[in-house]
Write a protein that binds this ligand. Structure first.
Ligand code: FAD
Length: 278
């Protein structure tokens, strides 16, 4: 049960949503955007999320768009993960999101909610980090489009009141060779011990990781080391993993050292599958 009352709004356009946020904020309602609602409800029950007004974005046409438009895939923020999975326009994205939670939860969880959520795994962001996607954001001064690698640093750096409308991915990335591997502590659902998404772009392998630290990331330094074929695969993986400077995630799911061990094994699998290296 959620222990507080809140107002519910269902805007029909981006402009209306952003204006509603502004008005409600000025009236002290601490509004939040509502997409799949899974995190808002879970954390609302625990009183970790508190609000007096929610703005449901599911009737905004752009947030509900999932299609190729002018050589780009547009993934609306309110698209549920099961729709992404079943439509399969971007196989790396489909595979990565198909490993999040269970099917019933994925019917609700949305691309935008996963990327903007407080729970830090945010696995849906990994394919977008690898494909230099662009985030389409609505705010009180209009729409801006920003490359993900400029605006996603540990989390999506939105200004107060800004709405993630969707994500644009160049079509050329959609069919590139990929691997997406998730290892959990146990069972087939649940948060990752380590998830690695990899995309082969112009002969080089790009890597993005969730679960090693308290945010998902892509490390270009790590990619350079991994792709440097002057050295053996074992050496490249050891060097790349040792050079990672991230705050260690050490919890009941697994120690940081164990996560590093799992990461190394996954990287071997990635290079075996994409490069035939053993
Ligand atoms: C059983 C279960 C298991 C899970 N396992 C995993 C897992 O293994 N890996 C993983 O990555 N995730 C996992 N998740 C999902 C994750 O933790 C979040 O619950 C989920 O991603 C939130 O998505 P949502 O669409 O429900 O977001 P919501 O609850 O609607 O919103 C989440 C937050 O994002 C904000 N927000 C939403 N949309 C926008 C927008 N367009 N612009 C700006 N802000 C916005 C909201 O205001 C809120 O603060 C799991 C969830 C469940 C229920």
């Amino acid at each position: 049960m959620i222990s507080y009352d809140f107002e519910y709004y269902l805007p029909l356009s981006m402009k209306e949503a952003v204006q509603l946020y502004k008005d409600l904020h000025e009236r002290g309602k601490e509004p939040i955007y509502y997409s799949g609602g899974t995190e808002i409800i879970t954390l609302g029950r625990l009183n970790v999320v508190k609000t007096r007004a929610i703005i449901d974005i599911k009737q905004i046409p752009e947030c509900r768009t999932f299609q190729i438009q002018q050589s780009n895939l547009f993934t609306g923020a309110a698209i549920p993960l099961t729709v992404i999975e079943e439509t399969n326009l971007f196989p790396l994205l489909s595979k990565t999101v198909s490993e999040i939670a269970d099917r019933t939860a994925r019917n609700k969880i949305t691309a935008g909610g996963n990327i903007c959520g407080q729970i830090f795994y945010r696995e849906a962001v990994l394919p977008f980090l690898l494909s230099d996607s662009q985030m389409v954001i609505a705010g009180s001064s209009g729409i801006r489009t920003v490359f993900i690698n400029e605006i996603f640093n540990e989390k999506l750096l939105l200004e107060p009141g800004e709405l993630l409308v969707g994500i644009k991915t160049e079509q050329r990335f959609l069919d590139m060779p990929f691997v997406s591997i998730k290892r959990r502590r146990q069972w087939n659902t649940g948060y990752p011990l380590i998830t690695v998404a990899a995309l082969k772009v112009n002969g080089e392998i790009r890597i993005a990781i969730s679960g090693l630290t308290t945010y998902p990331f892509r490390s270009k330094q790590m990619e350079e080391q991994l792709n440097n074929k002057e050295y053996s695969l074992n050496h490249r993986i050891d060097e790349a993993v040792q050079s990672l400077k991230v705050p260690p995630l050490d919890d009941s799911e697994g120690s940081f050292q164990y996560r590093l061990f799992v990461l190394k094994n996954i990287l071997h699998e990635v290079f075996q599958q994409l490069e035939g290296e053993a």
